[in-house]
Design a protein around this ligand. Structure first.
Ligand code: NAD
Length: 328
């Protein structure tokens, strides 16, 4: 399918007007930055549930950036034309969604309903941030988009996995029933600057522990795998999908599979830390393997990750070191 430039419904010097829900979060803030740099007028909607204004502090003086505090579950109102909605609002790390199970289900359901309503009202294209977690603990490896997944709806992770599966179904229904221009991106583990040191995900946890000289807590025996994508690559993939006509779902992630133990060892090397590894219990329903099949993203979007793991890790460690020097 051809990649088309988004046609702004109102003529501006820039590329168009985008709404980013969850724009003050980790991924959302990088998307806002890329859009502003690309000439877009950007409205960032966020309740600051798991993100914060500090993530977009570097943008607030830009005349084309507008930060609005808003809980997507309550309502969404954006005056004026909108060409693109990037719907990224949702708790995303296991620590967050296990503490916020109802909020996670609500934003995946009601929040997605409101984001789709906004896109429909404005005639905008909407990209739903879905997740590799829709594949659950997969029985097909690597995971292509036509794999339906292996999810436990009543396990602790069900609140996130099923919220996203419902959000995918709702997005598809808006496309078929209302003709709304939608796309679904299934994001695999992404890392980079602005991850929170205590968000519970492996890479920020390991970096925080390594910099503090504490043991790195590796779940299980560390042989389970993850495929980790640097945030700049993720942003490029999402924007390639946003500016195409493809409905998805499209996997965006790195096909380079690393064991969790290897990630921990590489963090030790990147930080120069002399911390040890400490094996701790595996979380319930923790996936054994995780790797995207990115054939579709390559073929339809011409996208693949470019930042090598060690380089992305070095950039992330630099950012964590910098944060440790700046008083909060
Ligand atoms: P994050 O927690 O840093 O960002 C999510 C943002 O959404 C936060 O700023 C939060 O305050 C906001 N938010 C939550 N509920 C809201 C609500 N009801 N109304 C308005 N704002 C709300 O998480 P992230 O890692 O940046 O993830 C962003 C999106 O990408 C999520 O939808 C997540 O499911 C998806 N995703 C992320 C990854 C990853 O590796 N980071 C992987 C797969 C999918």
């Amino acid at each position: 399918m051809p990649v088309r430039p988004l046609a702004p419904s109102h003529a501006r010097a820039g590329a168009g007007r985008a709404v980013v829900t969850g724009g003050a979060g980790f991924l959302g803030s990088h998307l806002c930055t890329a859009l502003v740099r690309g000439g877009w007028d950007v409205v960032c909607l966020d309740s600051f549930l798991t993100g914060g204004a500090a993530n977009v502090a570097h943008l607030v003086d830009e005349p084309t950036f507008h930060l609005r505090r808003c809980d997507l579950v309550d309502f969404v109102h954006v005056p004026g034309a909108v060409d693109l909605v990037l719907h990224f609002a949702s708790p995303a790390s296991p620590v967050d969604y296990l503490q916020l199970p109802i909020e996670t289900l609500k934003v995946g359901a009601v929040g997605t309903l409101h984001a789709l309503g906004l896109a429909r009202e404005k005639g905008a294209r909407l990209v739903l941030a879905s997740t590799s977690e829709v594949y659950g603990d997969p029985q097909v490896h690597p995971q292509p988009e036509d794999y339906w997944g292996h999810v436990n709806p009543v396990g602790p992770r069900g609140v996130y996995d099923e919220a996203k599966r419902y959000a995918e179904a709702l997005t598809t229904a808006y496309r078929t029933a209302h003709g709304t221009d939608t796309a679904i991106v299934r994001i695999f583990n992404t890392y980079g600057p602005r991850m929170r040191p205590h968000d519970g995900r492996a890479i920020p946890t390991f970096i925080r522990q390594a910099l503090a000289g504490e043991p790195l807590t590796v779940a299980g025996d560390g042989s389970q795998t993850r495929s980790v994508c640097y945030v700049d690559d993720l942003v490029a993939g999402v924007l390639a999908l946003a500016t195409s006509e493809h409905p998805g779902p499209v996997n965006v992630g790195s096909p380079e599979e690393l064991t969790v133990r290897r990630i921990a060892e590489d963090v030790l090397a990147a930080t120069g830390s002399r911390s040890s590894l400490r094996l701790v219990g595996r979380p319930v329903d923790d996936p054994e393997v995780r790797r995207p099949d990115i054939t579709r993203a390559r073929a339809l979007l011409g996208w693949e990750p470019r930042v090598p793991w060690r380089e992305g890790l070095a950039r992330t460690v630099d950012w964590f070191r910098e944060q440790a020097r700046v008083p909060a």
